[in-house]
Design a protein around this ligand. Structure first.
Ligand SMILES: C[S@@+](CC[C@H](N)C(=O)[O-])C[C@H]1O[C@@H](n2cnc3c(N)ncnc32)[C@H](O)[C@@H]1O
Length: 297
């Protein structure tokens, strides 16, 4: 597995700074969250405690609460600014419904997925949409496994190495610095899940492409998402105008049908705290490959 050390303080800062504008541009995040919620309906579980790990601005909290009205929701994020936004959004989304009898109040907890500040065996469902790609897979899956109850389930999406491949290639024509975050391969993710003790792990990959009028529009959105380069070893200091215009013109080679594409490799995964005695067949016709059958490329 590659050595992966994102600059955590920098990342938390960058996400916190993005919090107020994040929802305007989080198109991919909404799509993958909806798909993840859809996949949740294939399970018959009724979780009592749900942890939205890397909850961001909290877009998925009300949706989880509507699906599981009796559940206690925990929103956790490493960026305090994101949690502030999540609490506000949850109040707006649920409105007066949050005072209905039987509703549990949201608990917002600042915390790191690699060292989750919760007790062992305390959560039924961990929901993590596009947050685990910023974490060390071994530590985060180990922590998730620890906090899950015996019947507990992890459902997540993450990003694979083919994410933002056009931007990576465009920068490679300009200089030798890493300008795009490095994401783990599905096999590394699978290995880390199994090493953590998670059982009946299933992973699959879906390609997504977002389109923009210009490379600059795409890079602006990335910045607002807080998802711009946070790798150690990145080029220090401001990226100058000349460099920027070079990368923009290198990116133009990918323009298709008048639009600039940005590719994302989205990894969907789930795993249980303990092996399930019987696996239900998938109802959506999708092909899920058990990790034991995934061969290294
Ligand atoms: C792309 S956003 C996704 C937010 C939300 N899950 C959604 O679907 O909109 C990723 C979030 O993960 C958080 N994050 C990154 N690393 C984290 C870590 N180690 N522990 C907890 N949260 C983390 C970021 O602060 C950010 O809010």
């Amino acid at each position: 597995m590659v050595d992966y050390r994102p600059d955590k303080a920098k990342m938390a800062q960058s996400f916190a700074a993005a919090a107020s504008q994040y929802d305007d541009v989080a198109v991919l995040q909404r799509q993958t969250a909806d798909e993840l919620l859809e996949r949740l309906s294939l399970t018959t579980m009724t979780p009592k405690t749900i942890l939205d790990l890397g909850a961001g601005t909290g877009r998925n909290l009300a949706l989880l609460q509507q699906r599981y009205p009796q559940a206690q929701l925990l929103a956790m994020d490493i960026a305090a600014g994101m949690l502030q936004q999540a609490k506000k959004r949850y109040r707006q989304d649920l409105g007066l419904k949050r005072w209905l009898p039987g509703q549990n109040h949201l608990q917002a907890i600042a915390g790191d997925a690699e060292s989750i500040p919760l007790a062992d065996n305390s959560v039924d469902l961990v929901f993590a949409n596009l947050s685990l790609q910023w974490c060390d897979p071994k530590s985060s899956f180990r922590e998730i496994h620890r906090v899950l109850k015996p019947e507990g389930l992890l459902m997540f999406t993450s990003l694979g190495p083919d994410t933002l491949t056009e931007l990576r290639q465009a920068w490679a024509q300009v200089d030798d610095y890493p300008h795009v975050n490095v994401f783990f391969d599905i096999h590394d993710v699978g290995d880390a899940m199994m090493a953590s003790g998670l059982a009946d792990c299933v992973l699959d990959v879906e390609p997504y492409t977002l389109t923009y009028p210009t490379p600059m529009a795409m890079m602006r959105d990335l910045k607002i998402l807080g998802a711009h380069n946070v790798n150690e070893g990145r080029r220090r200091g401001l990226t100058g105008k000349t460099l920027m215009s070079k990368v923009v013109s290198a990116y133009e080679q990918f323009r298709q049908d008048g639009l600039i594409p940005a590719s994302y490799e989205v990894v969907f995964g789930h795993g249980w705290k303990l092996p399930q005695a019987t696996q239900k067949p998938e109802a959506d016709g999708s092909v899920h490959i058990p990790l034991s059958e995934i061969k290294r490329r």
